[in-house]
Write a protein that binds this ligand. Structure first.
Ligand SMILES: O=c1ccn([C@@H]2O[C@H](COP(=O)(O)O)[C@@H](O)[C@H]2O)c(=O)[nH]1
Length: 312
């Protein structure tokens, strides 16, 4: 089944559009968590594996999508990447879609290698086999069309998805993305190109394999992009810790309460440290994670069109 159709069905089945982000920071692990691991780089990577898998066990039954932020694993070198691989494999045991967030890209020929690595297959001996084999990945559009084409080609062949950075959630997003050229800010030019890049790759449910990353922290731009990009899945980071609210995200959904996937990483992963959960759950950090997901589901249901997913 096409990636975008799998997203629509998964969101419908679980009744919410949540992307649970796993961004493990060793310094923010629950108190004592690191104690059981050797005091070296492999020990920390092993702790990230154990923590990430435990988070997966809590979030995968609730959220339709999990997003892994590669940076926090890459930080621990090959040992960190092995932990990421194992945690992704652990997630694969559940009925949940996996996004690799690495914001890759390069010139076309190198982009093709990235696309094969994460979405496709690589030659090994006389045959081809998947390497990372995630459902979707994030990419950077800065290199233009030849950098995008291999991702679209391989995603299409493998029924995978790609999310292009269009309007990011960070404070300096506007430095380049808001520069006006030919009467439009750059991010809207990217959006217009994205429509062309994705042409012919619409799934049966009306959404494209090529999605857009649009930050929750810029509600006007989010509304503009929803209007500019019908049939394009929006991956919306910035909810919670970065200040994005459900009200701000509401305009990112279509009239059926679909079309936007809302990510929260620290707000879920490190929920145990938030005032709202600290006293309630004491040392039981996995219960805090579960409650944070349930509270996010309720918040989006009450304050965005995603509530329509619940009423059927
Ligand atoms: O514009 C963007 C693009 C990607 N991200 C990533 O999403 C998560 C957000 O984490 P929080 O802890 O919920 O703030 C993180 O992996 C970012 O690298 C983004 O925030 N904004």
């Amino acid at each position: 089944m096409e990636f975008a159709d799998r997203v629509v069905l998964a969101v419908r089945a679980k009744g919410n559009p949540i992307v649970a982000g796993i961004d493990p920071r060793p310094e923010e692990l629950p108190p004592g968590f690191l104690d059981g691991f050797p005091d070296d780089r492999k020990g920390v990577a092993d702790a990230l594996r154990a923590f990430g898998c435990a988070i997966v066990d809590v979030v995968a039954p609730l959220a339709p999508v999990i997003k892994f932020q590669s940076a926090f694993y890459e930080a621990y070198g090959p040992e960190g990447l092995a932990a990421l691989r194992d945690t992704i494999e652990h997630a694969r045991k559940y009925d949940v879609l996996v996004i690799f967030d690495g914001k890759r890209n390069d010139i076309g020929t190198t982009a093709e290698a990235y696309a094969r690595a994460y979405l496709g297959k690589v030659p090994v001996g006389g045959s081809f086999e998947p390497a990372w084999d995630v459902d979707a990945m994030t990419i950077n559009p800065y290199l233009g069309t030849d950098g995008i084409a291999p991702f679209v080609k391989i995603a299409s062949r493998e029924q995978k998805g790609v999310f292009v950075l269009v309007r990011t959630s960070n404070a300096s997003a506007g430095d380049f993305q808001d520069l006006v050229c030919d009467g439009l800010p750059v991010y809207r030019h990217v959006a217009n190109r994205l429509k062309g890049w994705g042409q012919g790759h619409q799934g049966a449910e009306g959404y494209n394999l090529l999605g857009a990353v649009v930050g929750a922290t810029y509600p006007q731009e989010l509304a503009q992009l929803r209007a500019d990009l019908p049939g394009v899945l929006l991956l919306v980071p910035g909810y919670g810790t970065q200040g994005g609210t459900a009200q701000a995200i509401a305009a990112g959904f279509d009239e059926n309460g679909q079309g936007a996937l809302v990510n929260s990483s620290r707000g879920i992963t490190f929920a145990y440290a938030k005032a709202a959960y600290r006293d309630r759950f004491k040392g039981e950090w996995q219960r805090a994670v579960e409650q944070a997901v349930r509270d996010m589901i309720d918040d989006l249901a009450q304050n965005t069109p995603a509530g329509r997913l619940r009423s059927g």
